[in-house]
Design a binder for this molecule. Structure first.
Ligand SMILES: CC(C)(COP(=O)(O)OP(=O)(O)OC[C@H]1O[C@@H](n2cnc3c(N)ncnc32)[C@H](O)[C@@H]1OP(=O)(O)O)[C@@H](O)C(=O)NCCC(=O)NCCS
Length: 168
């Protein structure tokens, strides 16, 4: 029997390549056909390994979930950016490689992110998701998020609605 170890930890600069890869695969999988092609490609290209290495070295908190030595997903977390919402923490991004989706790793990463924010003294948490990203909406609803606010994000002249989920 093979035993796969699952580890959730803070990212290190050596993870930058793998995270850039997860980012590219997960964003293409989640947003192709939602975010206009050119805008999506520009966003993906901007976030290469150098960008991630820099994000990891600076204050940004990047968490990774590693399974059997492979980076399967990442989350970035920090202070809530939306002043109109009282929750203090935020998960800015939470993405799994397509082949690792739907097997419970996203929920584990979510819980780890939430407890890390709480450990930093941040009360409550927000996550934004595009309204057209049905998978994300069912995922956040399924793990107890309350959908409390809406916003608009513009991608190359295309306006897309986004939804804020909160946990107190
Ligand atoms: C959304 C995402 C982070 C969820 O992580 P995951 O590891 O796939 O989810 P899990 O396996 O932990 O599933 C947790 C729950 O969400 C539900 N869920 C997960 N993926 C789902 C999907 N595609 N459709 C419907 N429900 C889904 C599961 O049914 C599960 O519920 P259960 O525990 O009652 O069975 C991951 O699928 C992902 O990265 N998707 C693409 C990128 C994305 O949309 N990220 C969020 C951007 S805001």
């Amino acid at each position: 029997m093979n035993t796969l170890t699952i580890d959730i930890r803070k990212a290190e600069p050596r993870d930058a390549d793998a995270i850039a890869d997860v980012h590219q695969e997960a964003w293409r999988g989640a947003y192709s056909g939602i975010i206009p092609h050119r805008a999506l490609t520009t966003m993906i290209n901007r976030r290469g390994a150098d960008w991630w290495a820099n994000a990891i070295r600076r204050a940004a908190t990047v968490l990774v979930v590693e399974i059997g030595g492979r980076i399967a997903g990442y989350a970035t977390i920090g202070k809530n950016r939306a002043r109109e919402l009282k929750q203090q923490g935020e998960i800015y991004e939470l993405y799994m490689r397509p082949e690792y989706q739907g097997i419970g790793l996203g929920s584990r990463l979510f819980k780890a992110a939430r407890s890390r924010l709480a450990d930093h003294g941040l009360k409550g948490m927000v996550v934004w998701a595009l309204e057209d990203n049905q998978n994300a909406l069912s995922f956040y609803t399924g793990i107890g998020g309350r959908d409390v606010a809406e916003g608009i994000e513009i991608f190359e002249h295309k306006a897309l609605k986004k939804v804020a989920f909160v946990w107190d």
